[in-house]
Design a protein around this ligand. Structure first.
Ligand code: TQI
Ligand code: CA
Ligand code: ZN
Length: 169
């Protein structure tokens, strides 16, 4: 079954409109459709919760910041990613609003990933679950189950994910 983070951190009830922006300093091959893949991922959660999500320009205020990172961290408290494979992405619990993608992965922004490619939309749906306050689930069908295979897609919320978000908010 679904889990929350320790202490059940969540976005305040007053904040149902969450804005997000993309950092564009690192460009990654295969991710031309980054914006639409991430927008579709946000829509899955918007459909089953109180939240609405809106992309804003890079120089505007937003609750959520999305960006690629390489092995070099952006700051001293940021160790950076681990190169190809291993960790693909990470996102923090509410209300930090940080969603990083590993720039060194073989990302697929297409409808169907090649055999070794990582489906960006699938990973985004999972990481947005973390951004909203869900930890990992033990239900294998759940988006929040901590296993994902290259070359596959898993883009739709399971009833376990939906129960999780509806119980937190
Ligand atoms: N990144 C891990 C993840 O998102 C990072 C992580 C580990 C984490 N433990 C956490 C984030 C606890 C928040 C809370 O789970 S990952 C999956 C999986 C990853 C993993 O790159 O390993 C997906 C990214 F495990 F679910 F398949 C996307 Cl879908
Ligand atoms: Ca990696
Ligand atoms: Zn996870």
């Amino acid at each position: 079954r679904y889990r929350f983070f320790p202490g059940n951190p969540r976005w305040p009830d007053s904040q149902t409109e969450l804005r997000y922006r993309f950092l564009t300093d690192i460009q990654v091959p295969g991710t031309q459709n980054l914006r639409s893949s991430v927008a579709r991922a946000f829509q899955k959660w918007a459909q089953v919760s109180q939240f609405t999500f809106e992309e804003v320009d890079e120089d505007e205020d937003s609750e959520i910041v999305i960006g690629f990172h390489g092995m070099q961290g952006r700051s001293s408290d940021d160790p950076g990613f681990d190169g190809p494979q291993g960790t693909l992405a990470h996102a923090f619990a509410p209300t930090r609003g940080i969603f990083h993608l590993d720039a060194d992965e073989d990302w697929s922004g297409d409808n169907s990933p090649g055999p070794s490619e990582i489906d960006l939309e699938s990973v985004a749906v999972h990481e947005i679950g973390h951004l909203l306050g869900l930890g990992h689930s033990q239900v294998p069908e759940a988006i929040m189950f901590p296993t994902f295979e290259a070359g596959t897609t898993k883009r739709n919320l399971d009833s376990d994910d939906i129960e999780g978000i509806r119980n937190l908010y």
